[in-house]
Design a protein around this ligand. Sequence first.
Ligand SMILES: [Zn+2]
Length: 254
Amino acid sequence: MALQSSIISEALVVRYVNYGESDRIVTILTPDHGLCSGFAHGARNSKRRFGPALQLFSRINILWQEGRYGSLRLLKEAELLEPAERVMPNLEAWALAAYASELVVALFPEEQAIPEVYSLLRSCFDTLTKGSRLGEIRILYELRLLGVAGLLPHLSHCARCWCTLGEAQMYFDPEQGGTLCRSCSGAAGLLPVSPLTLGSLARLTRLEMGRIHGARLSPLTLEEGRAVIDAVLYNTLQRSPRSAPFIDLFHPLS
Ligand SMILES: [Zn+2]
């Protein structure tokens, strides 16, 4: 019988499902192994091996054994580095952490190492500790994540004729890969977007998450930016993210 290797990694807990009396199937995001799922025996009872580490949004060091249950790892021990409570200064921030985690799971396959995604989610959680600027944090995180996934729409020029952004209103069509000028937009029913919003979104794609508290977006940009990103996500996933309606309940973007 082949020896199963043990690995220690830093990780963020992004999802779990309770299993049986005391076990838990946990999905973690790691810098070098991407998204991974593992089985944690006694996770809800074993204070010695897991303590409070396997809570949603915890940052942990985790020890696992490879290939014990098919694609599921066997999670052996976890050490808490930062508790889940840091992203819960208020319910709105917690809802945004849930949404941010869901987007990673929805947009990236398991077992694919993309260190930028780990850095981005960790930075997103760090920015939530203040409980403010949640509308800006959401849009910046979404744009940066879409960028890593190769899904960032054209925002500074027409996606069809490549004319540059001017003073005129543009239209957004996710199926064409982004904004369209008036003459290229053709069919009615496309989403109108102001050049001001497109300029702000384009600038945001170059902003580090950690600097978001210095940025302020107008209500119009928050509203139009929301519609643009919703359209991209819907076009990509063929559905809306499940946790999105929950954050919209709080109207943190208006
Ligand atoms: Zn055009």
